[in-house]
Design a protein around this ligand. Sequence first.
Ligand code: GAL
Length: 833
Amino acid sequence: MRGRFFYLFLIVGMALIGCAKKEQSPRTDTLLREWQFTQDTTENPTWQNVTVPHDWAISGPFDRKNDIQEVIVVQNGEKEPTWKTGRSGGLPWMGKGHYHTQVVVDRSRFHTLVFDGAMSHADVYVNGEEMVYWPYGYNTFDCYLLPQLLTSDTVDIDVFLENKPQQSRWYPGAGLYRNVHLISTHPIHVPTFGVLVRTPEINAEQATVEIAVELQNGVDEITSERMNELTNEGLRIQTDILYKGKVVATIDGQEGSAVVNAPKLWSPETPNLYMARTRVMKPTANSQQPTAVIDEVNTRFGFRTISYTPEHGFQLNGVTRKFKGVCNHHDLGPLGAAVHKDALRHQIALLKEMGCDAIRTSHNMPAPELVELCDEMGMMMMVEPFDVWNWGKTENDYSKDFNEWWRWDITNMVKHYRNNACVMLWSSGNEVWNQVLPDGIEIVTKLQELFHQLDPTRPVTNGMDQAMYVIHNGFGAAVELPGFNYRTGRYEEGYEHLPQKIILGSETASTVSSRGIYKTPAMLKDFAMYDDNQSSGYDVEYCPWSGLPEQDFQLQDDYPWTLGQFVWTGFDYLGEPSPYDTDAWPSHSSYFGIIDLASLPKDRFWLYRSQWNKQQPTLHVLPHWNWQDGDTVPVFCYTTYPSAELFVNGKSYGKLRFATPEETERLAKGEQIEGVSRMPQVAEFEVPVWGSAPRPELLPRYRLMWHDVAYEAGEITVVAYDANGKETARETIRTAGEPDHLEAVWANKDENPEELCYMTVRVVDKDGNLCPKANDLIAYEGDGFIAAANGDAACLDSFVEPRMHAFAGQCTFIVRKGSHGTFSAKGLKNAQK
Ligand code: GAL
């Protein structure tokens, strides 16, 4: 740890500048961003300066051998172990990592370190003394800079991390990948998660807000006796309730309530937020200023009612609605697991554009920034801590820690997010084996009790995939709000037998596709694999346990007792490259996303948009129009309009409308219906015991499909008609000519990012048509490069080099706001940032 004097000097300098300001404010929250990092475990390691949030593995290199796993994935129907490649991303996240920093503190104050998450098995040392060990890499935890350890104003902080192979079924990331806060307060202070806000009564005229504040003196809790003494000495706690910066109510004391008139309700459409500003005050000897604020904590919350009943399903503010949700893993594609607010904002903005209104944080605690943004932007959340309980899915996963740690992990998570308006429900776990084991009911009951002790206001679900067992073995009945993962064919049986009489689609679809790659004919296929390691962009392929979007649309549309769904997944993620997960390297990221790893929407985006976003019209046609003469090409249209007609170079292929539910039954019997799409063919399949048969007859209810279009170069146009048969919109795709130039579009400009610009770079012909097969290597020359991706799950280009191959004509560069540069590719004209 020697040889860091310059660095130390810099930090001291910075901290002193910070301190000058700190005097004013009763509480400061300083992000500790500058650290030194090493993976070298020798006595004199070589250090690297890094900025936290930091993911040590995202820079690669990719390697088939990284965390290669020989396992039986029971879920995939495997009976023998197989080699799983790329399962956790093919990146070097395993091993040990050591972070070190120094801070300068004011020793008259009390200091708490808060880690928003550290991957993983974090061991934190302050001035050489171990302060806390926290194994689970996704949770927030804290520790103190114990006053007795502070021998000078300069404090050494060391964090030792260790990731074990086979610790995860997806890419976990590595290191201090979330923020680290140094919170400095008066010794008498509100501890981490020390404010509880509840809104027990809400109606149009008024709402009640209840506050409970914990208080600590140094490391000690303040007992009620001591609190009385302090009160007698003049200590006061006051919480002001603010709306848009104006005080609308005040609560005195450690616990209390107040009424807010004409509350502005929170919903995804109206994300109104209030602030509870809690102040701890003490008398001073200064007659000019007789009280001093010794601590101040701001807690954001919202007014909204939620209920889940068999009569009305899920209601938000008294109105029944169904979750139009997606599951997401925590990684941010080429940025890895390192949290970036702009990246999360871009994800939410894209999802909202699709009409999505909810995110499930599968299968772990979210970054606080995600929850804050969901509050602000209007996105409901299902927050889920675990993928396993005490039976593991991989050798070194959380099952090793569950028995000892579940209480702490649930406690921190619920205390962290129970004040957030956007959180609609908790999940106690995902597809835990215990659902079919004798101890399952006991564990789920224990967990639910703890959730309710900490938060009686929200229900707890559980993502159950063993429908055929849990419907009858008591586990499904013990789960407060039953969640089914897949198993669309078992929903009715579940409804019939489970006492709750409601079912949530806690995880749905798992359709696989690659953006812009189309396999003909468009046929329903289970676990289809091709030489190019891609899945068909026609949105007709899935896995043995999963299905197509239509199966879930139908359940949600036809049954009032379904509560909505969470599609697997909103965004592609690193790891789990099914169906190319069994020795099919170089695949290393998922194919499940509605939006790819480069944050570019796949066609499925418009299929969901046509069902979920009823505020804006959708008219989307696929595929591209660059084929070989003589090819027979299916053309699909995803739209909100009731009917549309396809023209190829002006020649009509007929007008199609959507099938009614009754017509889908006739289609299932093999009938052809005039004016309705023919159902696609289904490749041979075997329905696994837990699975559901494919239902091709449902597709004509939600898509318009012209299956046999004879390709001729030129253009295809879909013309959409309204209910009266009047033309309302049209969409054209043209055969692209030779690649001519690059085009760069700033994709997240409207989101007003603080730091990151997402640039979509496209290879186009001289008329600006996207060249759908272009895979040119595109380079960025300029300042501010951060990361690049193209959404190809089998591409091994580094995310952190300023060059990336186009995939199906496009890729994404993430560059710092305000930077300047040029995108170029051999033989093509450049584009500027
Ligand atoms: C589910 C599981 C997810 C993911 C998904 C892939 O069964 O909960 O984590 O593995 O399958 O389809």
